[in-house]
Design a protein around this ligand. Structure first.
Ligand code: PMP
Length: 413
């Protein structure tokens, strides 16, 4: 085992060399990038895949008979199959390219929602959701006359499963919950929650934005009806993501947007829609970034999602212990099952001040409401400071975080 190997066998120093952006000084301090839940860094193989597309194969997909278009189409569709296999989805037809999680949720709310949700129905979300898994459902409920209900949580940031069971009735048409909370890191028991929802005939959408970089996701084992995620959280490009949907549901849904590529034929009298997944992909897609996301999926699979999860569990437990031991720091979100997110408050100091001082020490964290204002309201805070880890983070970077929090306390103490 080399000196840079972690206890679970990841050669973190070697992996870090794939991420040149990690190797820089910020304000004359080595960068400790601990804002991975907002956006992760991008490794060279992803950058190379995008570059190769632009250098060699740049052209539109599904349209040209010429060589470049065929190469671009092959790479683009190959990337879709990579995502399909990564999620263990039964068919490539069930993988729709989106701009990210937000667009995936909006697609389901607009298309499935408008076709299936009526006045008197209920849509069930949770107290832990990101705004992108709240607002589209509020909009749907306003338009349809349906009622939005919310699964409550406890002080640790765990959803109350008995309350969830009580809220599930034959009126529940859809349940939309995240797999992992971005604000707190809670891992929700989505497999069990999906089974309970199915028992009352409800359809389930899982917001996988924060689960996808941290654990193996198997949509078949989960029996998820829809699963949405974003490329930039899993070391891929921004502006690309994917939505998995069960074929029977997708086939029965009306298109989301109209335009080129989503049609089989058009006359002024009648349009026949294209097959899955193209029915949901109007217009020229984000070709290069889809290819980049395929490369990101290859990259994490090569490391192994289980190895990533094991290493990050070690990091999280080290960070939790160190940060919790600092006098005047309150951890926010202490669920038993957590992914590598550490939200905290330095009591008496505004999180934006904490974030700014940490930045001066080279530590990049997120300070804010994390697009989860209802979670902040629950804890009676306007914002938190959030450190979030990826497999390329180290104990030394956590020590740097702890030292920087010490600086905050010196300045505000
Ligand atoms: N859901 C969760 C849990 C998230 O963390 C995020 C991103 N912060 C989103 C949804 C939205 O993702 P995107 O902005 O990439 O669409």
């Amino acid at each position: 085992m080399s000196a840079s190997m972690s206890a679970v066998g990841l050669d973190v120093q070697a992996l870090r060399r794939d991420f040149p952006s990690l190797d820089q000084q910020v304000h004359d301090k080595p960068l400790a990038y601990l804002d991975n839940a907002a956006s992760a860094q991008t490794p060279l193989p992803v950058i190379d895949a995008i570059r190769d597309h632009y250098l060699r194969d740049r052209s539109n997909v599904h349209r040209g008979v010429h060589e470049l278009s065929q190469r671009a189409t092959n790479a683009y569709e190959k990337a879709r199959v990579k995502v399909q296999r990564f999620l263990n989805a039964p068919s490539y037809e069930e993988i729709i390219w989106t701009r990210g999680t937000t667009e995936g949720v909006n697609l389901v709310a607009s298309s499935w929602g408008r076709a299936n949700v009526r006045a008197g129905d209920e849509v069930l979300i949770s107290a832990l959701e990101h705004h992108s898994n709240i607002v589209p459902w509020q909009m749907l409920c306003q338009q349809s006359g349906a009622t939005l209900r919310v699964i409550p949580m406890n002080q640790a940031g765990e959803l109350l499963q008995d309350e969830y069971e009580r809220l599930l009735t034959e009126r529940t048409k859809l349940v939309a919950v995240n797999h992992v909370s971005n604000a707190l890191g809670t891992i929700n028991p989505v497999r069990e929650m999906i089974a309970k929802a199915h028992a009352v005939g409800a359809v389930v959408l899982i917001d996988g934005a924060q689960a996808i970089p941290h654990m193996a996701v198997d949509v078949r084992a989960l029996d998820a009806d829809f699963y949405a995620f974003s490329g930039h959280k899993i070391f891929g490009p921004t502006g690309i993501g994917a939505l998995y949907g069960k074929k029977a549901l997708l086939e029965a849904m009306p298109p989301y947007q109209g335009g080129g590529d989503m049609i089989a034929s058009v006359t002024f009298e009648k349009t026949i829609y294209n097959d899955l997944p193209y029915k949901f992909e109007a217009g020229t897609p984000n070709i290069a970034d889809a290819i980049g996301l395929g490369a990101a999926v290859d990259y994490v699979q090569k490391i192994g999602m289980d190895a990533i999860a094991a290493y990050e569990a070690e990091l999280l437990s080290y960070a939790t212990e160190k940060v919790a031991a600092i006098d005047g720091v309150r951890l926010i979100g202490t669920a038993r099952h957590k992914a590598s997110v550490l939200s905290f408050e330095v009591v008496g100091v505004h999180p934006h001040d904490v974030g700014t001082i940490l930045d001066r020490e080279g530590v990049a964290v997120r300070a804010g409401h994390h697009c989860a204002q209802p979670v902040m309201e629950f804890y009676g805070v306007a914002a938190t400071t959030r450190a979030s880890f990826a497999f390329y983070n180290t104990r030394e970077e956590i020590d740097q975080l702890v030292g920087a929090i010490g600086k905050v306390k010196e300045l505000f103490g």
